[in-house]
Design a protein. Structure first.
Length: 573
């Protein structure tokens, strides 16, 4: 069988030539892969078009890689510290053997060159891939990781169920009577640990411990939405607060003012999770909120964040510049820190000196000089920046541009041969430019120093297992929602709505970023110098291909990634 279509090459062409799929299906597959930004191998596995065994055999023939029988592998030969768990799970890659500076790596998708490049960089080894059937590879990864230490499930299992009646007791009206024995009470300790582990397992970003007059509740924030998890007896409020404060190294006797602390919870021999902890005195006790700081989130790779191809390329190109400023804007909890640290991870090489000033330091990254701002000692962002400029920096990250002094020093750094990354609180990318001008930064400095602005939101992903398409949607509704403004064929727009199943929460699972990326081109710079406002800047940027947050969200709706309801929740016209 011959396939003369010039659009078919590589693996799709091989599938047609081997008679595994017809040419029309192959063309549709290629279009879907381009639209979803995934590889052909990933598409075949996700859609179950052919078995994992056939995928591996065809890929082996096409790319000339050996097929490896994982069932015959001697697991004692696996190098234990070559790759961390986050990297193994992220790329579905299993280290099989290490000889000198060579590592044999089991993969199921040989076309994922970014994964191989990142693994080479992280391990410092020459990687030689071998092909393994995807289902067997996933089983092998779980088997390998289970030998490295306890999983979260095992830790929860060992802990057992904590019965709330074990925690109960008489209401203590005088919190000052709490003793060390109360803080270290076994049921309280097990309950707190169980809540922390369950939050990590669920992928929560925050845990809220909240006292009220007649009840006490624990809530998790998952995919941006709070959900009640547990209601221990309200009499427990002082003991739970005291235990969390001891774990966070706070003053257990101080209950009148807010306190900040940190907890490090070791999950396995190789993985620990940090929690940022804050207490707040309320009418009925101390409310305590824990922010889960998982450093692996910043190591997911830029492909996992949800940027569209042109947006991702603009970010990567700007990161490679030797000087200039990259600003990321959005509300609290919109993923700004992860976007910045993803960029820093790309820049983090032995050739660069990178320093960050943060309040607080949320993600620890080796190879980067991270500085904690301390307002009590008057160690501000501006003071940190002045110190950085005397430390021979290449890249500087400022947690937030809060005032004119910080903005002026950051812009000076960007103009004198340094790459500066920071955040600002505005609603859109064009508004960021006018915000700097309103702060008092001269228009010339803004136009010549700011290189790229990213505005972002986080939207919940539709669950791939249960999302259901809408049947007939009138064109008038699509037009009213703004679908005419996006570069997406109307015939291919297919809207889905959440349903809910065992695999997800109310029809959603995970989150993706929605972005608008504004490059400060010569035309935009000229408009800034002429005193243009944010609306004029946005109009000029649209002429150069700029997409608003709303347009980016609607493109994700049309591609079936998020629901229209979610797009309306996180963006407006």
């Amino acid at each position: 069988m011959n396939s003369g279509n010039t659009r078919l090459r590589g693996l799709p062409k091989r599938l047609v030539l081997d008679g595994l799929i017809d040419e029309a299906s192959a063309l549709m597959m290629v279009d879907s892969c381009v639209k979803k930004h995934i590889s052909v191998v990933q598409y075949l596995l996700d859609e179950n078009l052919i078995s994992p065994q056939l995928v591996a055999r065809v890929a082996s023939n096409e790319f000339g890689l050996p097929l490896y029988d994982l069932e015959a592998h001697n697991w004692e030969n696996c190098p234990k510290n070559a790759l961390n768990e986050a990297m193994i799970r992220k790329h579905h890659a299993l280290p099989l053997l290490k000889k000198g500076n060579r590592m044999i790596l089991a993969v199921s998708d040989p076309t994922n060159q970014h994964a191989l490049t990142e693994i080479r960089f992280q391990s410092g080894l020459n990687v030689e891939p071998v092909l393994v059937e995807h289902d067997k590879l996933l089983e092998g990864i779980e088997h390998f990781l289970s030998k490295q230490g306890r999983s979260i499930d095992e830790a929860l299992g060992e802990m057992g169920d904590v019965q709330l009646h074990e925690l109960g007791g008489e209401q203590n009206d005088d919190d000052d009577d709490i003793e060390a024995s109360d803080v270290d009470d076994a049921p309280v300790v097990r309950y707190i640990n169980k809540m922390l582990l369950e939050a990590i397992k669920k992928g929560a970003s925050d845990i809220h411990f909240e006292p009220y007059e007649k009840f006490y509740r624990v809530r998790f924030r998952s995919d941006g939405i709070l959900e009640e998890i547990s209601r221990p007896p309200s009499s427990l409020a002082p003991r739970l607060a005291a235990r969390l404060k001891v774990m966070s190294r706070m003053d257990i006797s101080e209950r009148r003012v807010p306190q900040d602390g940190r907890i490090k919870l070791k999950i396995t021999k190789t993985k620990a999770i940090d929690f940022r902890v804050n207490t707040l005195p309320t009418l009925y006790g101390e409310k305590i909120v824990l922010r889960i700081l998982d450093s692996s989130q910043a190591k997911m790779g830029i492909e996992a964040l949800g940027y569209e191809d042109d947006q991702r390329d603009a970010y990567l190109q700007t990161l490679q510049q030797s000087q200039g400023m990259i600003l990321v804007t959005g509300p609290t909890g919109s993923g700004k820190t992860v976007s910045l640290y993803t960029g820093l991870g790309i820049l983090n090489t032995d050739e660069r000196n990178i320093s960050t000033a943060e309040d607080p330091v949320e993600i620890n990254m080796e190879g980067i000089n991270q500085v904690q701002i301390n307002l009590r000692t008057k160690f501000t962002f501006a003071e940190a920046l002045r110190a950085f400029l005397r430390q021979d920096p290449d890249v500087i990250m400022v947690g937030e541009v809060r005032d004119l002094e910080t903005a002026e020093i950051a812009i000076k750094a960007a103009q004198t041969g340094h790459l500066v990354l920071s955040t600002l609180h505005t609603n859109s990318a064009p508004e960021t430019l006018t915000r700097l001008l309103n702060m008092g930064v001269p228009a010339f400095n803004v136009a010549t120093s700011v290189s790229l602005i990213i505005a972002q939101r986080l939207a919940r992903r539709l669950c791939a297992h249960c999302k259901t398409p809408y049947t007939d949607i009138p064109d008038a509704i699509l037009q009213a929602e703004g679908f005419d403004s996006i570069d997406f064929p109307r015939s291919e727009v297919k809207l889905f709505h959440p349903v809910g199943c065992k695999q997800c929460t109310n029809g959603y699972k995970g989150r993706t970023g929605v972005y608008e990326v504004l490059k400060v081109t010569p035309n935009i710079a000229r408009l800034i110098l002429e005193g243009g406002n944010s609306l004029q800047i946005a109009e000029k940027a649209k002429e150069e291909g700029f997409r608003t947050l709303r347009q980016s969200a609607l493109r994700k709706v049309a591609a079936g990634v998020i629901s229209l309801e979610e797009a309306n929740r996180v963006t407006t016209d």
